[in-house]
Ligand binder design. Structure first.
Ligand code: CMX
Length: 400
């Protein structure tokens, strides 16, 4: 946006209050936009044209708003590799975390440790720290998987394998299927960014607007991602799918109706912005067809994809009855050999760190002609704000 005009974009009525800022235009975004029907586009490219590309090209695209040339891609891969070393103290600190807490809690702590032990300290330059964070996230997450799951000591990083290849190498997952590379690469690309206003991205940018460094901002963003209505919906969706015994349509329909009757959400369905099936869901169902078509849980997901929208459409308050990105991810990840659903939100975070970093860099250094977005400060209206008296002053309550 070149120059801000006076043009009204949104009219605020009382009914818009306490809606979690639904639809309020807050700022501009350069990495991606989400069309209600056509879904997310990264820098203008629809997501279903990007999922087959190498992950590094998409990371570069989100950071630089254009694809790299061959030479630029080579240099960028080298730069990520050079920045990727995680200090040993970070791994040592991760080893002290309690096994009973959720892997997302581990990841959030680990991002903080990266900040504590940032090589050369956090520079407080969001570009520098942001690239370091992107480059180091894979090793930290692989270590979390291995230490927490009892798979053994972390496996030394080989960053020349590329982000996804190195991650799979460092996981050393004993259960990995032959499809693990394709599944994780597409998962990584699909989850990197989703417009400017999703909760985790919004929170990360808000915290960075107070000039807390990127590690602190990303911890907050990942805390926002950890909720079951946001990033943890992939874990919840799989837990729900596992409660279903068969892919029989009538049985599944009955189960959904019972679930709604007791006030539970159907995870993997609905969206705050989308009003059609999320194109990422379509890509993921294609991925499932290619990698685990006959898997029992994936077959149940396919039945749900047919039945849930029919049922949710009967509840007019639900604005989008269609599958979102989480409708089938759990079953596909599980079939690929990632057998612990508790880790799925961490995988979401692995990817979303990229988009959030890119958006924080834009807000800090590009928006408002390079001045950056000022500290976030929306207004909340007090419900019991006293009236102004004749003097023009508020008639505050007096303690008796
Ligand atoms: N199952 C049951 N009820 C649902 C529903 C679903 N899948 N989706 C929406 N609703 C309900 C809402 O809870 C809300 O109820 P109340 O009016 O009683 O509060 C009503 O329908 C209207 O909601 P909406 O305007 O259609 O959707 P929201 O923007 O409020 O919420 C979302 C969006 C994603 C939180 C919601 O659809 C939901 O809870 N889905 C299930 C969880 C999920 O899959 N989340 C992952 C989303 C992707 C992501 O961010 O990672």
């Amino acid at each position: 946006m070149t120059e801000a005009s006076e043009k009204p974009l949104f009219e605020v009525h009382e009914k818009n209050l306490n809606t979690g800022l639904r639809g309020f235009p807050v700022g501009t975004v350069r990495t991606s936009f989400v069309d209600a029907e056509a879904g997310v586009h990264y820098v203008g490219y629809p997501i279903d044209q990007l999922n087959h590309l190498p992950a590094e090209r998409i990371v570069y695209l989100l950071l630089n708003k254009q694809f790299p040339t061959e030479e630029e891609e080579k240099a960028f891969r080298g730069e990520l590799a050079r920045r990727s070393k995680v200090p040993e103290d970070v791994i040592a600190a991760i080893k002290l975390l309690p096994k009973q807490s959720h892997p997302m809690d581990w990841f959030i702590s680990a991002i903080g440790y990266l900040g504590h032990w940032a090589n050369n300290q956090a520079t407080e330059d969001f570009r520098e720290d942001g690239l370091n964070l992107i480059a180091r996230t894979s090793e930290v997450i692989a270590a979390i998987f291995r230490i927490r799951s009892g798979w053994g000591e972390p496996i030394p990083s080989e960053p020349e394998r590329g982000i996804v290849g190195n991650f799979i190498h460092m996981l050393g997952n004993p259960n990995a299927s032959e499809h693990i590379e394709r599944v994780l690469r597409e998962f990584f690309i699909l989850h990197m960014d989703h417009g400017g206003g999703n909760l985790s991205t919004f929170v990360g940018k808000a915290v960075a607007s107070g000039l807390a460094d990127i590690y602190l901002a990303m911890q907050s963003a990942m805390a926002a991602l950890a909720g079951p209505l946001h990033g943890r919906a992939n874990q919840e969706a799989l837990a729900f799918v596992r409660t279903l015994d068969s892919d029989d349509e009538d049985e599944v329909r009955k189960n959904i109706q019972q679930r709604l009757a007791v006030g539970k959400v159907v995870p993997g369905y609905g969206h705050a912005v989308l009003r059609a099936e999320d194109p990422r869901s379509k890509v993921l169902f294609e991925l499932g067809e290619a990698t685990c078509p006959d898997d029992k849980l994936f077959r149940i997901c396919k039945t749900l994809r047919k039945v849930v929208p029919e049922v949710l459409k009967q509840h007019p308050k639900i604005k989008n009855p269609y599958p979102n990105v989480d409708a089938s991810t759990g079953s596909i990840l599980m079939a690929a050999g990632l057998l612990e659903p508790e880790y799925y939100t961490v995988l979401f975070g692995w990817s979303r760190v990229v988009g959030i970093t890119a958006q924080i860099i834009d807000e800090r250094y590009v928006m408002r002609g390079g001045k950056g977005v000022p500290i976030y400060r929306p207004r909340f209206i007090a419900e019991d704000q006293p009236a102004r008296g004749p003097s023009g002053r508020y008639e505050s309550r007096a303690l008796r």
